[in-house]
Design a protein around this ligand. Structure first.
Ligand SMILES: *[C@@H]1O[C@H](CO)[C@@H](O)[C@H](O)[C@H]1NC(C)=O
Ligand SMILES: *[C@@H]1O[C@H](CO)[C@@H](O)[C@H](O)[C@H]1NC(C)=O
Length: 342
């Protein structure tokens, strides 16, 4: 919003021609009301966000007008209707469909000055073709904390209800992996751990797939869950940590960004970081020989916090509206690839 008109001195000067001091007084009162914290907020103009291709599907979900208010974001309209290109306040492009050429950028039809958003939740290891997009996008939506629109895979939020009971534990360590490749760091670490630690492996890669609703109850019976990211990159912490471990009630053993990154999201004693050990064997000994009181300490956060999973693309896109007034208008990612690979 252009705020020249909401400068109080300007307003008063404009109205100065009105002789009556009473009128000025009334105006002053009005101003006080408008600007008072907690006063009725001025209605916000609706921000329209066009999603050029819905992530991972040719069929966007239903997007009723109140979609974003369900996530606590007001005056925000999400649409997948491409005829809004000329009028949308911002247009979002999800990388996967650009990478596979399922969707293309409407460069010739782009209205002057329309902000374009590059969106992706994948790591740089699974992102190709960014060099095609020099000087095109204005804002980035991703899990990186320095994104213009930062959307983590989950977070802890304050909680004041009774502490939920911890699931009963009968097994040691679980791992779910759908894409096992020996060259990946997580595969190497698993190979080193396996001789010293009983790890039950599930998932498509193992011939022991888990149905969608079975994962959490299965993992809940384990003391630990191997939250090994498929690749190790800045801020790249996924649902393998938030959902498969923390929400399921197992202690995450993490392979990913450095400990300090995890500590930006959760208390330092809520997880085991593989970097804290000089060998896989040492890590295994720590996990296996842990006594019950030490184990329970990993769950101390559950007395006052709970996991909020942020996996829904509608909620992620609504975040654009929440950030909209603060996003840098004239910014352009001249070299998106270098930024993302950094
Ligand atoms: C898309 O938007 C246009 C212009 O507002 C409208 O005429 C059209 O009916 C919309 N299409 C769908 C499928 O909603
Ligand atoms: C449990 O282990 C912790 C850490 O290794 C140790 O400090 C504590 O004394 C142990 N408690 C009992 C009851 O053995």
């Amino acid at each position: 919003m252009n705020c020249a008109g909401c400068n109080p001195t300007r307003r008063l000067r404009a109205w100065g021609g009105l002789a009556g001091g009473a009128a000025l007084m009334a105006l002053w009162l009005l101003w006080q009301l408008e600007s008072a914290p907690g006063g009725a907020p001025a209605p916000q103009p609706t921000v329209t966000i066009l999603i050029w291709h819905w992530p991972f599907t040719d069929r966007p979900p239903e997007l009723p007008r109140d979609t974003c208010s369900r996530y606590g974001v007001a005056s925000c309209l999400l649409s997948a209707n491409r005829s809004l290109l000329a009028s949308a306040d911002a247009v979002v492009f999800h990388h996967r469909e650009l990478q596979t050429l399922q969707s293309r950028l409407p460069l010739k039809q782009r209205p002057r000055g329309q902000p374009w958003v590059w969106a992706s939740m994948e790591s740089p290891s699974n992102t190709r073709g960014l060099h095609h997009f020099r000087g095109i996008f204005n804002w980035v939506l991703s899990y990186r904390r320095d994104s213009d629109i930062f959307v983590p895979y989950g977070r802890l939020e304050p909680y004041s209800g009774p502490t939920p009971p911890l699931p009963a534990k009968s097994k040691m360590a679980a791992w779910v992996v759908s894409n096992f490749q020996e060259r990946q760091q997580r595969a190497k670490l698993y190979r080193q751990l396996a001789p010293h630690l009983r790890v039950d492996v599930f998932g498509r890669a193992t011939g022991r797939p888990l149905c969608a609703n079975c994962l959490l109850p299965t993992v809940a019976r384990y003391r630990f869950y191997l939250s090994f990211e498929n690749s190790q990159h800045r801020d790249y912490i996924t649902e393998k940590f938030w959902r498969n471990a923390l929400a399921a009630g197992a202690v995450p053993v993490v392979l990913g960004p450095p400990r300090a990154t995890y500590e930006a999201f959760v208390p330092p004693d809520a997880f085991v970081h593989v970097d804290d050990f000089s060998s896989a064997r040492e890590l295994a000994v720590f996990l296996v020989s842990m006594n019950e009181s030490r184990y329970q300490r990993f769950f101390a956060w559950r007395d006052r916090l709970r996991v909020r999973l942020l996996g829904d693309w509608r909620e992620r896109f609504c975040t654009i509206c929440a950030r909209y007034p603060y996003l840098p208008r004239s910014q352009v990612y001249e070299d998106l690839e270098s930024w993302f690979q950094a």
